[in-house]
Design a protein around this ligand. Structure first.
Ligand SMILES: Cc1cc2nc3c(=O)[nH]c(=O)nc-3n(C[C@H](O)[C@H](O)[C@H](O)COP(=O)(O)O)c2cc1C
Length: 445
């Protein structure tokens, strides 16, 4: 029986074609020949919903071309359009959709997100990132500004969007056949917004959704990003590799929320996890190895060497790393943030090859082994206050995510750390965060 703990973790799924791995297509070749095949994204979303995931994440890196011919990159298709299709094939799953606050138009963004939130019955989150990629910026005829400028614009952009979201008063809609009144348009305002970076004189005649307006999500990690999230975000997706790093980032975010007069529980810190699941550890490693090509393999060996301040040759690949090399490593605040995991596994005696298969040099940590190993990682981090939830990146949806839903989710539910069913209908209800419509009145301008 589940223990029904009061506080439960949030789970989100990264949407990438066929899986989070850029080589996931190799296990779904028939569909890949028809790329882009939206049915695969719908299937992944429905599986996430079966697993009671609170949200699916639609990243956005426009104009980025894959580096090698075997890759199929995520975050290329237009996330607004994709999420609209996914919304119409799901009922409870939240949709966290990325759109940059640089180079986009404030009115367009306000309208797209309010439309999606209204038609999905309140399931939308806006991942408001500043857009720090030069290639993407160039595609829009812009270039990437300094961090200060980008975040200054982001503050203005979010406030303008939230202002536009609230121009329809909550009681404006009447749809009253007797009086013949559809809406009291006196209660639908036109706003005049003029800032340093953006302007709009306009109205947005769309009623509030059941959750009021979209949730603000933010993915990042710099100090400016944390300050921005502390002011506006309810969900923050970060990059951390150890429990200690997770605790520190979560604490920094909670403090940033308090600095803005908000309740720290209103902001959920989401850490990433790559679940590498097999019947045992060896099987999980061997399966993940299939998704690492020769070029990436060589790069990672070089990266591990760099982190350990040594140079590896071909003869070292299938050997455990010499203890003398490990003992010489001095960890400083400037070391690679993944160094602790590299050292831990190296001291356990894994070969250099298996270290790579453990994904020690990756964007997020990995849990390697059977389903319990992944469940243990999630439970341990959650109970240590290192995260309020997790962003799950399975290599493929068809095999790896299916195993996560079938095998990991029941363990978490049994332990009482993950809900058995959706708490409500909206993303806010399912994240346990307050209703919001318009700008947050508590924030000083
Ligand atoms: C987990 C994660 C996901 C991200 N997803 C996106 C994305 O989809 N699109 C994007 O433009 N930036 C994305 N970013 C980049 C960040 O918003 C940010 O630009 C980056 O961390 C650099 O930091 P800075 O912009 O604060 O200087 C992501 C960052 C993280 C950590």
């Amino acid at each position: 029986m589940a223990k029904n703990k009061e506080k439960q973790m949030v789970l989100g799924l990264l949407l990438g074609p066929y899986g989070a791995n850029s080589k996931a297509w190799t296990e779904n070749v028939e569909s890949a020949k028809n790329y882009p095949d939206i049915n695969e994204d719908i299937r992944a979303a429905q599986l996430a919903e079966k697993g009671k995931f609170q949200f699916m994440f639609f990243g956005d890196f426009p104009a980025i071309k894959p580096a090698t011919s075997d890759e199929l990159r995520a975050m290329v298709l237009d996330p607004i359009i994709m999420s609209g299709i996914v919304a119409s094939h799901t009922k409870h799953l939240g949709l966290a959709i990325t759109k940059a606050t640089s180079w986009n138009n404030v009115y367009d963004v306000a309208r797209e997100f309010k439309t999606l939130d209204a038609v999905s019955n309140g399931r939308v989150g806006w991942n408001a990132v500043t857009g720090a990629n030069e290639v993407s910026a160039n595609a829009f005829g812009a270039s990437v500004g300094s961090s200060k400028e980008r975040y200054e614009e982001a503050y203005e952009f979010v406030e303008f969007v939230q202002e536009l979201w609230s121009v329809w008063d909550k009681d404006a809609l009447q749809a009253d056949k007797d009086s013949g009144i559809f809406a009291d348009y006196e209660k639908v305002r036109t706003v005049s917004l003029k800032g340093k970076y953006n302007e709009s004189i306009g109205t947005l005649p769309i009623p509030p959704s059941p959750q009021g307006q979209p949730v603000i999500v933010h993915a990042g990690g710099s100090s400016n990003s944390i300050a921005f999230a502390g002011r506006y975000a309810n969900v923050f997706i970060g990059e951390v590799w150890t429990i200690e790093q997770g605790q520190a980032m979560r604490q920094a975010l909670r403090q940033a929320a308090v600095d803005n007069g908000r309740d720290p529980d209103e902001i959920k810190f989401i850490a990433g996890l790559m679940p590498l699941i097999g019947d045992n550890k060896r099987e999980a490693l061997d399966r993940h190895a299939k998704f690492i090509d020769e070029k990436t393999f060589r790069q990672r060996i070089a990266h591990i060497g760099y982190a350990l301040n040594t140079r590896f040759g071909p003869q070292d690949i299938d050997q455990p790393i010499n203890k003398e090399i490990l003992d010489r490593v001095v960890v400083t605040p400037y070391s690679d943030p993944r160094i602790d995991n590299v050292l831990k596994l190296a001291y356990e005696g894994w070969t250099l090859r298996d270290l790579v298969y453990h994904s020690v040099i990756d964007y997020h940590p990995a849990a390697v082994g059977d389903a319990k190993a992944t469940a243990d990682h999630l439970t341990e981090w959650f109970e240590a206050g290192a995260a309020d939830g997790f962003w799950i990146m399975p290599d493929t949806y068809e095999v790896d995510f299916q195993r996560f839903v079938d095998e990991v989710v029941p363990i978490l539910q049994e332990r009482g750390v993950f809900h058995e069913d959706y708490e409500g209908e909206t993303l806010r209800e399912n994240l346990n965060i307050p209703y919001q419509y318009g700008r947050d009145e508590r924030l000083e301008s």
